[in-house]
Design a protein around this ligand. Structure first.
Ligand code: T4K
Length: 367
């Protein structure tokens, strides 16, 4: 039996990619915002329906820079969730800010907006909510709270590329949104990421941040780092964009089949289908809560059959060794997140996963 991993990178044909990078061989122009970088940036502004996109070498640096661009006072508190990839919390802390962990909703894994206000103190400066698995946060309520208390909002939208709420692109919410274009994402540029925003003043600022603050051969105006997307990454993105709609359509069919097989089974909980949300079918999380086997038992049974499901997101970031001494850490403060982290398993999902393999996975779980 062939192995099935949790995901598999979407790729264009070898010929299509070679054709796309041919001119890089001719020009020898490999990075520093070349033609492919410019083309992909324009294409993403169109697709994501947002005035400005700045490309990055990965999603993490995009998020770090987006938070840095807010110019928040060091030591300020940022409300976020621990049910996420290490990157979200690290991006806050690496900016000299203090993460304050809010609990999540049971049905969509995003921040529980009813618990945000009780965490706000005079030190609170921002909210960094996460659109988990492609489920969107309660954008309207976050917006209301942010306005009421004068807080900034940067969405970790690593999982939400192409998702829309009431027809509006997920790139348009908050002060900025960060997308990851990592190899494991619905849309990839091998490694890569972007910050999307509306404030025109940020164009120069983010360009400065990702390119040493260099504005010309003899002008350096800002203490920036280096986080540029290179031309080969951008070329991969240009190719992958051509196939994106088909890829999402294929993912949808797989998710529908999973749902058909696993819905209504006692002790198995599937993610809610969010109202007014057009999904990108990024991940397929399943919660084993009172099922005849525990999450860990299912994980092991699948592994024995060569099926690599993953425990995204276990452990919670507020239990990481590096955050244990933070006064705001501790999984007991986020009981729902802890409950879900101990029970959730994300099943294999990628555009070319065949229905027979979905059945193979469901058979292991159900039999
Ligand atoms: N915020 C959130 C909420 C995120 O989920 C992430 C990233 C970020 C921020 C940061 O964005 P980036 O800086 O990464 O752009 C993976 C990814 O590396 C990471 O991007 C992703 N989230 C996270 C959820 O998953 P690992 O350590 O689980 O990946 P790995 O190497 O075990 O790969 C998982 C599976 O993917 C493999 O079993 C097979 C497949 N795969 C992997 C690679 C590397 C491929 O098909 N091709 C590949 O090239 O972290």
């Amino acid at each position: 039996m062939s192995k099935i991993l949790v995901t598999r990178s979407s790729m264009p044909s070898y010929e299509e990619y070679c054709e796309e990078i041919k001119e890089l061989w001719e020009s020898h122009w490999l990075t520093n915002m070349g033609v492919k970088h410019k083309e992909l940036q324009k294409e993403l502004e169109r697709y994501l329906d947002v005035p400005h996109v700045t490309l990055y070498t990965n999603g993490h640096l995009a998020l770090e820079n987006a938070i840095a661009a807010l110019n928040l006072p060091k030591g300020g508190e940022v409300i976020t969730t621990p049910f996420t990839f290490a990157s979200t919390t690290h991006a806050i802390v690496r900016n000299g800010l203090v993460p304050v962990f809010c609990d999540i909703n049971e049905d969509d894994y995003t921040i529980d907006v009813s618990k945000i206000e009780e965490l706000i103190t005079v030190q609170t400066v921002a909210i960094v909510p996460v659109h988990v698995y492609g489920n969107l946060c309660n954008i309207e309520e976050i917006d209301r709270i942010a306005r009421k208390y004068g807080l900034k909002v940067v969405y970790d939208a690593a999982h939400a590329f192409g998702v829309r709420y009431k027809g509006i692109s997920s790139a348009c919410f908050g002060d900025a949104s960060m997308f990851s274009f990592h190899a494991t994402k619905v849309f990839n540029t091998i490694e890569g990421g972007a910050v999307c925003f509306k404030n025109h003043k940020w164009v120069q600022l983010l360009d400065d941040m990702k390119n040493f603050g260099i504005r010309g051969q003899e002008e350096v105006a800002y203490v920036g780092g280096n986080a540029k997307m290179n031309e080969f990454q951008a070329a991969m993105g240009i190719c992958n964009m051509r196939h994106l709609d088909k890829e999402i359509e294929k993912r949808k069919k797989i998710v529908e089949h999973y749902r058909k097989r696993l819905s209504g089974v006692k002790g198995i909980r599937l993610s809610v289908i969010q109202k007014d949300v057009e999904s990108n079918y990024a991940y397929f999380p399943v919660v084993f809560d009172g099922y005849k086997y525990t999450r860990n038992e299912i994980f092991n049974m699948l592994a024995e059959k060569g099926i690599g499901a993953r425990k995204y997101f276990y452990p919670l970031t507020n239990s990481f060794e590096c955050y244990r001494n933070y006064p705001t850490a501790g999984t007991e403060k986020t009981p729902i997140a802890q409950h879900m982290a101990l029970r959730v398993l994300t099943l294999p999902l990628y555009a070319d996963l065949c229905i027979e393999d979905v059945d193979r996975i469901c058979d292991v779980i159900l039999e």
